[in-house]
Ligand binder design. Structure first.
Ligand code: MN3
Length: 244
């Protein structure tokens, strides 16, 4: 079921962001005078709207999990990230991916906060995009690369599953593109991002318990199995095709 309220909220949120972005580009001083509550300089980061309804991934990922995960967990990372960069005008204008890719360049006092909360924002923003229903297989260069590296989709599934189940505690399993253009499967702990290692995420699999506990409880393996039914291969294929 499509929730019309959700769409209206999303449209108006997009319209507001677009208007603010346009106003900021044209007259940043004016924006600060006229719309301080909507876009305070101290809160540059926002949670991107889900590109589908909360229940779009049912029955594999349930609507309640999606709603709490997106609206509460992701929002908390964004709030904490905004708090971390407040008072650091030298970081203004940097994207979250920039921040996470260059942790070593950050002030000591906020590096860990950016690692955890910038990572949380970057990782979840990508996670939502890598999910979807309707595309069943990788295409183009990604399809060839998966065949070459993993001897096909089932080999890939086996390897990503093993990686996801190997994460002790909270973390992520990833399909990434390495700087030499090849594919790799890796894991990160907590909210660490492959971007910090210079790797480009192609697929993101959140294995924190908050990603699956309501529906799957302690059985991470069932959630990981279900994940393979809701991979947005169109997105993954386009992500792989992007220049590093
Ligand atoms: Mn999560």
């Amino acid at each position: 079921m499509h929730n019309p309220m959700h769409n209206i909220d999303r449209r108006s949120a997009i319209a507001t962001m677009t208007a603010l972005a346009g106003a900021a580009a044209l007259a940043p001083g004016l924006l600060a005078q006229t719309a301080p509550a909507a876009a305070p300089a101290s809160a540059p980061f926002t949670v991107p709207p889900l590109p589908y309804a909360y229940d779009a991934l049912e029955p594999y990922i349930d609507a309640q999990t999606m709603q709490i995960h997106h609206d509460k967990h992701h929002q908390t990372y964004v709030n904490n990230l905004n708090a971390a960069v407040a008072g650091h005008p030298e970081l203004a204008g940097k994207s979250v991916n920039d921040l996470v890719a260059n942790l070593a360049a950050l002030p000591d006092s906020i590096r860990t906060a950016i690692q955890n909360n910038g990572g949380g924002h970057a990782n979840h923003s990508l996670f939502w995009l890598t999910l979807g229903k309707g595309t069943t297989a990788p295409s183009g260069e990604l399809a060839k690369a998966i065949d070459g590296k993993f001897s096909g989709l089932s080999g890939f599934q086996e390897k990503l599953t093993a990686a996801a189940l190997s994460v002790f505690g909270s973390g992520w399993a990833w399909l990434v593109k390495l700087p030499d253009g090849s594919l790799n499967i890796e894991t990160t702990h907590n909210q660490d991002s492959p971007l910090t290692q210079g790797h480009t995420p192609i697929l993101a699999l959140d294995v924190w318990e908050h990603a699956y506990y309501l529906k799957y409880q302690n059985v991470r393996a069932s959630y990981v199995k279900a994940y393979f039914s809701v991979i947005n291969w169109d997105f993954a294929s386009s992500q792989f095709a992007k220049k590093a």
